[in-house]
Write a protein that binds this ligand. Structure first.
Ligand code: AMP
Length: 501
């Protein structure tokens, strides 16, 4: 049996939960016999028809926690008809990213394989026609990111009037990504009378407000508080010179001969730049982010899982939903300015009962961020000196530019407003310069997905308004970011802040 990640097993068995035999058979074929705590709590409540407010992060078994009872309820009730004469959608699952949508739908297929139910997944970045045909034929279960769903609605291709159950997965991340208006619009398309489940790793005021308006007398459950990092993950950090991060990352991967490592950057630009550097130094690497076509993302993920790619360099948003059971190493190439992201990032390792290792590369610009993380996770993370890669004598913390915003992530108080403003201005100039230097770009991958120019973050997750989610820069290693992924297009301008976008 595969062992459960993050949380301990619940001690009961799936057969005690009263799920339909066809579902139990599929669970059994997956090798699971014991529900995880979130499953043990959620499954009976959902089967009884309650609305649910569930606090659980990725790795707790949350997908099956809603998928199993959802399938059970569908299997026990009659099918519906949509306005096109096809199968009416009875369950709508909304997720923030394409990857998560695809994984949820895969789980629906896996656990529902002995049932006569149909499902499909809808997200941006790929052609619309197959999705339109699938919607016309109709499916019992629709898994979607909000943006593309609304695009299809605008074209009159969607009928959600038969929805009986609505599931919001990773609701906090959807709000972080600016999907609240889209979610509200989707809500206006589904019947008022329905069962609603809301899963979220964290509970901000916004989430609570959304839940209040949406859920009807809900049951609340919570596993693993979001500021709990996984015990069996070894965590450490190095204090690194701003311009030495890439060299240190290469050094670590090579000296330890790591065969599979997930590297986190704050921005897409940074992810590209780091992946290029690693590749140049003989470490097969690929960047995973929202500007890539869906095909490129799938390929990156497959290569990583198969072991042909040693390093996957990802932004937080792109990495959400990556499900690899035994990822041994995670590197925080840049320190997130949102402490919770640290917990999510390192939760990618130490799963499925295996030990994991998380290493953070902290520059002087990020010491404050790192202190906040230690505070948030209530732990002191060991500092391992790396003298060859330490900051230069006299190197000092500088503000970090994030799009239009400049923030202070160094230790102690931020510098004066004047210094921050000067940094912001320099960063803007640098960003303009980089954009000017960049060769004109065609539309990505023929799918109309990608990044560039999209007005709203719809189109299926990925294209998040990066600054909105509060994270951004990527230090491509510090010193002036090598333009747009090409080697040193612009000389490092004399900036105090480096803009990495
Ligand atoms: P999730 O939190 O949904 O991302 O699930 C995390 C991982 O746990 C996935 O790889 C699942 O296949 C696995 N998993 C889900 N339920 C169980 C279970 N009852 N026992 C063991 N592993 C599980």
């Amino acid at each position: 049996m595969r062992e459960n990640p993050i949380v301990r097993q619940s001690g009961m068995t799936f057969s005690e939960l009263g799920l339909a035999p066809a579902i139990l058979r599929a669970i059994n074929e997956e090798g699971y016999d014991t529900p995880t705590p979130i499953q043990a709590q959620a499954i009976p409540l959902v089967m009884q028809g309650h609305d649910l407010l569930a606090g659980a992060q990725t790795g707790t078994g949350k997908t099956a926690a809603f998928t199993l009872p959802m399938l059970h309820r569908l299997a026990m009730s009659a099918s519906a008809k949509n306005k096109f004469g096809g199968i009416g959608t009875r369950v709508l699952v909304l997720t923030p990213t394409r990857e998560l949508a695809a994984q949820v739908e895969e789980s629906v297929r896996t656990y529902g394989k002995h049932l006569q139910l149909t499902s499909t997944v809808i997200f941006g970045g790929v052609g619309m026609n197959p999705q339109i045909s699938a919607l016309r034929r109709g499916v019992d279960i629709l898994v979607a990111t909000p943006g593309r769903l609304l695009d299809l609605q605008e074209q009159g291709k969607l009928d959600l009037s038969t929805v009986q159950m609505l599931i919001l997965d990773e609701a906090d991340r959807m709000l972080d990504m600016g999907f609240l208006p889209d979610i509200r619009r989707v809500l206006s398309l589904v019947p008022k009378q329905k069962q609603t489940l809301l899963f979220s790793a964290t509970f901000s005021d916004d989430i609570r407000k959304l839940a209040q308006g949406l859920l009807n007398n809900p049951k609340s459950i919570q596993v693993t508080p979001s500021n709990t990092t996984v015990q069996r993950i070894t965590q450490s950090h190095h204090l690194v010179g701003r311009g030495k991060k890439k060299a240190l990352l290469t050094h670590i991967i090579q000296t330890h001969n790591w065969s599979q490592v997930l590297v986190f950057t704050r921005t897409k630009f940074g992810a590209n730049s780091v992946a290029e550097h690693l590749t140049k130094h003989g470490i097969e690497a690929l960047a995973l982010h929202g500007n890539k076509s869906q095909a490129a993302r799938t390929q990156a993920l497959q290569g990583f899982k198969a072991g042909t790619i040693r390093a996957l360099v990802a932004t937080d948003i792109a990495a959400r939903g990556i499900d690899i059971d035994d990822l041994p190493h995670v590197v925080n190439y840049e320190i997130p300015n949102v402490s919770e992201d640290y917990v999510h990032r390192i939760g990618r390792t130490g799963r499925a009962g295996r030990p994991g290792e998380a290493v953070s590369l902290v520059s002087l610009d990020e010491e404050g961020f790192f202190e906040s993380i230690e505070h948030f996770t209530r732990q002191k993370i060991e500092r391992v000196p790396m003298p060859d890669f330490a900051p230069e004598p006299g190197e000092r913390g500088e503000p970090i530019a994030m799009g239009r915003q400049t923030i202070w992530g160094g230790a102690g108080k931020p510098p004066s407003r004047e210094v921050m403003q000067a940094a912001a201005k320099a960063a803007m100039q640098e960003m303009r310069q980089r954009l000017n230097d960049r060769p004109p770009r065609g539309r990505p991958g023929g799918h109309g997905g990608g990044g560039g120019g999209g007005a709203r973050p719809a189109g299926g997750g990925g294209r998040a308004p990066t600054s909105g989610s509060g994270r951004a820069p990527t230090g491509g290693g510090g010193r002036a970011p090598a333009g747009g992924g090409r080697p040193s297009s612009g000389k490092p301008p004399s900036t105090q802040a480096r803009n990495y976008r």
